[in-house]
Design a protein around this ligand. Structure first.
Ligand SMILES: *[C@@H]1O[C@H](CO)[C@@H](O)[C@H](O)[C@H]1NC(C)=O
Ligand SMILES: *[C@@H]1O[C@H](CO)[C@@H](O)[C@H](O)[C@H]1NC(C)=O
Ligand SMILES: *[C@@H]1O[C@H](CO)[C@@H](O)[C@H](O)[C@H]1NC(C)=O
Ligand SMILES: *[C@@H]1O[C@H](CO)[C@@H](O)[C@H](O)[C@H]1NC(C)=O
Ligand SMILES: *[C@@H]1O[C@H](CO)[C@@H](O)[C@H](O)[C@H]1NC(C)=O
Ligand SMILES: *[C@@H]1O[C@H](CO)[C@@H](O)[C@H](O)[C@H]1NC(C)=O
Ligand SMILES: *[C@@H]1O[C@H](CO)[C@@H](O)[C@H](O)[C@H]1NC(C)=O
Ligand SMILES: *[C@@H]1O[C@H](CO)[C@@H](O)[C@H](O)[C@H]1NC(C)=O
Ligand SMILES: *[C@@H]1O[C@H](CO)[C@@H](O)[C@H](O)[C@H]1NC(C)=O
Ligand SMILES: *[C@@H]1O[C@H](CO)[C@@H](O)[C@H](O)[C@H]1NC(C)=O
Length: 507
């Protein structure tokens, strides 16, 4: 009894939110223009994208930050207080007006700057101007800052240098008194996962993502299953390249401070539907921020049905705040045009919303083979953190297998939602989605009405996924998976009385 009480206390404290500024208790969600539009930005793009995020139901799935990336300024006011000046040809009513528009839709506004002399697009950077820029952002009503790493004039190369440079902006933001989610974009240079948690809400772990599943590129030189220690992060990093890098640092993700695998490439067109499913499943499982990067004026039914998968998002937003970890990886001989073939399995604890002692588990199997394949994961491997060599009590019971992609919208439903949103974009906010949602047999999840934590507790099927099978004690989970696709499951203990389980936090 005493040990049961102790384990409950430990479980409670381990799950406590520890954000340095109270933000990003679960990974942030939103949209950033960079992947689809790069420097081609203006007020109209942000306004129409924000409108789409509402009308497609994405705001109410939790995508709340609308983030303006690089290329928005024209320099500093050298005759005045040195503040950065927004480009009025792109933003005719000024940046505060853009921010107001975004806020009026129930969304939050994010901006971009750089911890260097210039931004990556060679616009004015914030290095040496942190206080005035932070104050300017706060004056404009900014809620989020993505802070890049170009032109840092050599102020990098040790953790101490990078940490101090990024901390200057952290302190400047804090001094404004406005809560601003602080997203570091230094590409994993100088191990930001070691020092980011006390000064920021997330940190990129790699060079920029590229819209390819596994294409090698010399501009992203650290590649392959062991390439985490990267002196030159580069860019053009594939989906699998970044997943490989994430394999080494799952323990660095915590409530309030997350490993950022970079913006979602879903919908950009360079990968198959199966590949985007793999990407979205993994970004969710390792608790990466979920920042969409697509063009809403061209959104397809398949793109929307991936981005709206609430069962996967519920894993990302899970109240245990624990990243999945890679349990195995094997190169295979079933290689694609780039000479790549691999399979891997990840698993991680989720808060069980049941009264049992057993955690739920998320399992992701990735088929990196060049053909459809059947992959298998033993309970011993899935639960290895609970006891090695088959000693985990979890192996001794049966597990319900819930498919987390089973309730994905059909193409027809997704297309109907796109058409309904498009038809009424000019008229009132969200009405089309609501009507569509009422009409559909498969409703969209509404996290504004019921948070993910509450929905899980209420055992909402849309979040828990569909029961597809059971794994018997000492059994194996099996899945047939498309080429470059993934299977994503939630395992939940089938009710039993024995044996007594140990909580994850006892380990
Ligand atoms: C620059 O600062 C001066 C002095 O405060 C001010 O009069 C002027 O309007 C500012 N210019 C811009 C473009 O903000
Ligand atoms: C800088 O000066 C302008 C007036 O030119 C003012 O509107 C702005 O709020 C000032 N910014 C800061 C950060 O003090
Ligand atoms: C500033 O930092 C303090 C100490 O970490 C924190 O309690 C407070 O919430 C922060 N304020 C803002 C606006 O970020
Ligand atoms: C919405 O309608 C406009 C005008 O008919 C069209 O150009 C646009 O591509 C449509 N958007 C989507 C996502 O279908
Ligand atoms: C996990 O779920 C249980 C049961 O629903 C709930 O009581 C508990 O607060 C949850 N834990 C966290 C960390 O949210
Ligand atoms: C998984 O198990 C099935 C059935 O036993 C087998 O056909 C398949 O080859 C296995 N997959 C792998 C990758 O070993
Ligand atoms: C879904 O979108 C594709 C184009 O991406 C289109 O060919 C297909 O007809 C759409 N499906 C439905 C049911 O409208
Ligand atoms: C979601 O719920 C909120 C609050 O209940 C409501 O205002 C909003 O219209 C709902 N969204 C959709 C898409 O139904
Ligand atoms: C959708 O259904 C809810 C509850 O059933 C209702 O209150 C709301 O008016 C409906 N919305 C539309 C647009 O039909
Ligand atoms: C709701 O269903 C009715 C009847 O099937 C259909 O006529 C109407 O267009 C649907 N509305 C939406 C918004 O999908």
């Amino acid at each position: 009894m005493a040990s049961l009480l102790l384990s409950l206390l430990l479980a409670g404290s381990s799950a406590e939110a520890a954000s340095y500024n109270g933000l990003a208790i679960t990974p942030q969600m939103g949209w950033d223009n960079w992947n689809a539009f790069a420097c081609d930005v203006d007020a109209e793009l942000l306004a129409s994208s924000a409108r789409s995020i509402v009308d497609l139901g994405l705001r109410d799935l939790g995508y709340e930050y609308v983030i303006l990336d690089d290329c928005w300024s024209i320099g500093r006011n050298t005759s005045g207080n040195g503040s950065i000046i927004a480009d009025l040809t792109k933003f005719p009513n000024g940046m505060a007006a853009v921010s107001e528009d975004v806020h009026s839709l129930g969304l939050k506004f994010g901006m971009y700057s750089d911890a260097g002399q210039y931004t990556c697009g060679q616009y004015e950077g914030s290095l040496g101007h942190e206080e005035v820029d932070a104050q300017t952002f706060a004056n404009w009503g900014v809620d989020y800052l993505k802070y890049d790493n170009c032109y840092n004039n050599g102020n990098a190369g040790t953790q101490y240098l990078s940490r101090n440079r990024y901390n200057t902006m952290s302190q400047a933001l804090n001094a404004t008194g406005r809560p601003v989610l602080y997203s570091l974009c230094n590409w994993g240079e100088d191990y930001p996962w070691n020092w980011g948690t006390t000064i920021a809400n997330s940190w990129r772990i790699s060079g920029d993502v590229y819209d390819s599943f596994d294409r090698p590129d010399p501009r992203c030189p650290c590649d392959g299953p062991d390439a985490w220690d990267c002196g030159l992060p580069g860019f053009h990093c594939s989906t699998l390249n970044i997943i490989n890098k994430a394999a080494f640092i799952p323990s660095k993700a915590q409530s309030g401070g997350w490993n950022d695998l970079d913006m979602l490439t879903v919908g950009l067109g360079g990968q198959t539907d199966a590949e985007y499913v793999t990407l979205f499943s993994m970004w969710c499982a390792v608790k990466s921020p979920l920042i969409m990067g697509n063009d809403f004026s061209k959104i397809s039914n398949s793109t929307l049905s991936i981005l709206t998968n609430a069962a996967a998002i519920a894993v990302n937003q899970d109240p245990l705040y624990s990243s999945a970890a890679r349990r195995w990886y094997y190169d295979t001989s079933d290689v694609d045009a780039y000479g790549r073939g691999s399979i891997q399995m990840w698993s991680g604890a989720l808060n069980s919303t049941t009264d049992t002692e057993w955690d739920d588990m998320v399992v992701v199997l990735i088929n990196g083979n060049n053909s459809p394949s059947t992959l298998n994961a033993t309970l011993a491997d899935i639960f290895v953190d609970y006891g090695t060599g088959g000693t985990a009590a979890e192996i001794g019971i049966s597990w319900e297998v819930r498919d987390l992609w089973a309730y994905r919208l059909t193409d027809e439903e997704s297309q109907a939602l796109i058409d309904a949103a498009n038809a009424t974009t000019a008229s009132g906010s969200g009405a089309s989605v609501e009507a569509w949602s009422n009409n559909s047999t498969m409703a969209l999840y509404n996290a504004t009405a019921t948070s993910y934590a509450d929905g899980l507790e209420a055992k909402d099927e849309l979040l828990l996924g569909k029961v597809v099978s059971t794994v018997a004690p000492s059994g194996t989970l099996t899945a047939s998976i498309d080429t470059h696709g993934a299977a994503m499951f939630r395992l939940r203990a089938v009710p039993t009385t024995t044996p007594a389980a140990r909580k994850r936090t006892d380990l």
